[in-house]
Design a protein around this ligand. Structure first.
Ligand SMILES: [Zn+2]
Length: 341
């Protein structure tokens, strides 16, 4: 279905009018085109629900819209596609129709996942201190999945891409942005025995971060872990994200030469460099893939280890995983053949 057919379908279904009526009097701050896109987003959640891709209730998400989006506008944002700030979404006016839809879905996901508690802005897995690394991954996954459901197209095939500033790291992803975040989020989900769909749903749940934290911080996950707590893993990933933002801002050369004092999202200063970022990515992936082997049963490991392998971004990390998995699975085979005698 092309864009104009899709728009026609949404208008004729009455969904656009229903979304508008939820907003009542504040209609002036939102251009018509974005009411159609919000209806599209909600309808896409319902379609995804029908095929078993989410447990989200489209109607419940629609009801949240007026309280989370007060204004939508467009302007030149330089290289940035969209920004969500305090219930205001600003989209770049330089995007074509398809990119506008995809990145509006990303920003709308942020807006729907944002709330304030004691003056601190939470956003999905971010508690205002750390967790934005995962919040970006889940917003991008949600946006791309809904975008393709809406268009009636298959998700794009996964492709390899070098991580910005890190020639030694390669992601394998269908995402068009935040591939590293996406790979590590999927690695994390698989390690704690959760599907990608379930973890994306948790992004909409105000208790979502707490639920992940509880799951990760169980005694098992702590034993032998390089990360004694979920919070510390999030702290490291936040630095990876902060260094990436500095690379995007054009500081890659400086960060390659020496550690630079930076202010993190959490307000704390740290020394960032490309080698520090490499070290943090490797540590997080190594730890999560080791935890995947240690804390899951053999059947699960056998079923999921190719997926985990694809999430890892260096040949050495992949090899470590394969070695670990093979030992476990070989033990199982000899155990089973022993039983069959
Ligand atoms: Zn974002």
């Amino acid at each position: 279905m092309n864009n104009s057919e899709r728009k026609q379908e949404l208008l004729e279904s009455g969904l656009v009018d229903s979304i508008k009526s939820l907003f009542q009097i504040k209609t002036g701050n939102i251009p018509e085109k974005y009411y159609i896109l919000m209806a599209d987003y909600i309808d896409s959640i319902a379609m995804l629900h029908d095929v078993g891709g989410t447990n989200l209730d489209a109607l419940e998400i629609a009801r949240r819209l007026p309280a989370t989006v007060e204004e939508i506008s467009e302007k030149d944002l330089g290289g940035i596609y969209g920004v969500t700030e305090r219930k205001k979404i600003t989209m770049s006016n330089l995007l074509g129709e398809d990119a506008n839809k995809l990145y509006f879905f990303h920003e709308l996901t942020h807006a729907l996942q944002t709330w304030e508690e004691k003056g601190i802005e939470h956003c999905g897995f971010s508690n205002g201190h750390n967790g934005l690394f995962f919040a970006e991954a889940s917003a991008q996954y949600t946006a791309e999945i809904l975008y393709h459901i809406s268009n009636g197209t298959a998700l794009p095939p996964k492709t390899e891409r070098t991580v910005r500033g890190q020639p030694g790291h390669t992601t394998y992803s269908f995402l068009s942005e935040y591939q590293l975040n996406g790979n590590i989020l999927e690695l994390f989900a698989t390690t704690i025995g959760m599907s990608l769909a379930d973890i994306l749903d948790l992004g909409f749940d105000r208790k979502g971060r707490e639920k992940l934290e509880n799951k990760y911080d169980t005694e098992n996950m702590l034993a032998g872990s390089l990360y004694p707590s979920f919070d510390e893993l999030m702290d490291d990933l936040e630095m990876v994200y902060d260094i990436d933002k500095a690379i995007l801002a054009g500081h890659a050369k400086l960060l390659a030469e020496r550690p630079v004092s930076m202010q993190g999202t959490n307000g704390q200063r740290f020394y960032g460099s490309l080698s520090k970022q490499d070290e943090l990515i490797t540590k997080a992936e190594q730890n999560l893939s080791a935890a995947f082997i240690s804390f899951n049963d053999n059947d699960y490991i056998e079923k999921k280890y190719h997926l985990v392998e694809n999430c890892l971004t260096t040949p050495k990390l992949k090899q470590n995983l394969i070695n670990g998995a093979e030992i476990i699975l070989r033990e199982q085979e000899s155990f089973q053949s022993g039983m069959n005698k």
